[in-house]
Design a protein around this ligand. Sequence first.
Ligand code: DON
Length: 345
Amino acid sequence: MITINRTSTLGIVAAMAALSMAAVPAFAKGPVPDPAVKDFQRVVDAAHARYKDLKDGKNADYIPILTETPSDLFGVVIVTKDGKVYSAGDVDYKFSIQSVSKPFTAALVMAQQGPEVLREKIGVEPTGMSFNSKMALAVYEDSVNPLVNAGAIAAVSLVQATSEADRWNKISQNLSDFAGQPLTVLEKVYESEYTTAFGNRGIANLLYNWGRLYSEPEEALRVYTRQCSVGVSARDLGLMGATLANGGVNPLTKKQVMPAKHVPELLAVMATAGFYDESGVWMYTAGLPAKTGVGGGIVAVVPGRFAIAAFSPRLNEAGNSVRSMKAIQDIAAELGVGVFGANPN
Ligand code: DON
């Protein structure tokens, strides 16, 4: 309990600091008429310019190779549901997707087996704790939700597959389908993470012990780690988010990657747990379902309209990218696209 309070306090302090730096209204307002196309480019350029020199936070270091990503890289992009791209900065640099992969594999589980299976065999409750919390596991004896490590490893194990290779191929193909182009593993990231994955191995073994893992634990760990090591650019993340904004249809390939009827359930989990113990502050300020990763990527979805994605390697204490958060918060506020701002007209 002490940890929860301390973490919440840190989160609030960090959020207050973030808000004080924003040069635009800090809270996302409700729907406004579709902004003119030029506004998309203007807000992307403005957010990039506003934060490009910000040095707060630091690269993740518990996966050793992530310290080697050049920390100053910064890219911001909007991708609309019809595939139009508005970008600024380093939007084509390939970094590891990390936890941003998690909702997309949860989507695969839903596509294969339906949302009830996801809810019953993994769970959809936010933990209010960090992404790798062992305390959350101990409290719930459960995978909790598919966006924390435990639930994401369980989701990988729940994908229907005939072998480890088949499991990987289905997960990898699904990520590529969301992006609308083939994505590949950054092998050095995989080696760096797998050889140091003692915490996640512990989580996988505990879940197996409790009957909450649905494949052999080391297989789930290997495939999960490969999933997290997939290379993406901010532009790729934007396309993956735009696929969710577009009812599960990729804007480029027109492939129906997940059933449209399950997109709302997935976005609900992203809204409540996408930022772990910062999810409350995130929804309070940005008002959009989103997912972060320790590689520095974030994707946020404006349902039915577009995605906002950003990449910047320096993270705050919750493991969320400092500049990516600020850029997306500002863009959401400037465009007035927070999902809770119901327009009575
Ligand atoms: O399992 C891990 O710890 C990483 N592969 C992913 C964690 C992560 O990205 C947390 N997100 N901010």
